[in-house]
Design a protein around this ligand. Structure first.
Ligand code: ZN
Length: 159
């Protein structure tokens, strides 16, 4: 079957920057997601649509289709208590903060007594990304997966 909304898709990937430097890849287990539920970055999901098991392809994503454009003014001061993910913070660490738009990954720039300076750009913001993708499985979602809006089983959610 072809990848379409609500399919459960398994795929291996290698993510590289525009110079071909490898940044990330799937582990031994493929990545598993439910198509059409915004589980992946939009450009990658668009490239997967219509593919079938066994398809391999390479897609280049402009920053806007990947982790977003880098915003020039992205540093903010926030109370340290708003940073989530660690107890002690040092410059360079990644933190999660809650915003009106949802959880957001930020980089800690400076740490004071009560306030921290964070950079709200995603570490990959502004980068063009190249994905080598191998589609390893496409199947229909179970009723439970459809109700939850995500994939279950190996590589998916475990409850
Ligand atoms: Zn679930």
């Amino acid at each position: 079957m072809q990848i379409a909304p609500d399919c459960i898709v398994s795929f291996h990937y290698v993510m590289k920057d525009a110079d071909g430097v490898e940044l990330d890849k799937s582990s031994d287990q493929p990545m598993v997601y439910m198509h059409g539920r915004r589980a992946l970055m939009p450009g990658l999901e668009r490239a997967l649509a219509g593919k079938v098991t066994g398809d391999s392809f390479t897609v280049t994503l402009a920053p806007a289709e990947a982790f977003g454009e880098a915003r020039p003014v992205s540093e903010q001061r926030v109370p340290i208590s708003h940073l989530q993910g660690a107890r002690k913070w040092k410059p360079g660490m990644q933190a999660i903060i809650h915003t009106k738009q949802g959880n957001r990954q930020v980089t800690v720039v400076k740490v004071g007594h009560t306030m921290a300076t964070i950079d709200t750009n995603h570490p990959m913001a502004g980068k063009t990304l190249v994905f080598d993708v191998d589609v390893t499985d496409v199947r229909e979602a179970t009723a439970e997966e459809l109700a939850h809006g995500h994939a279950h089983g190996p590589g998916g959610h475990h409850h």
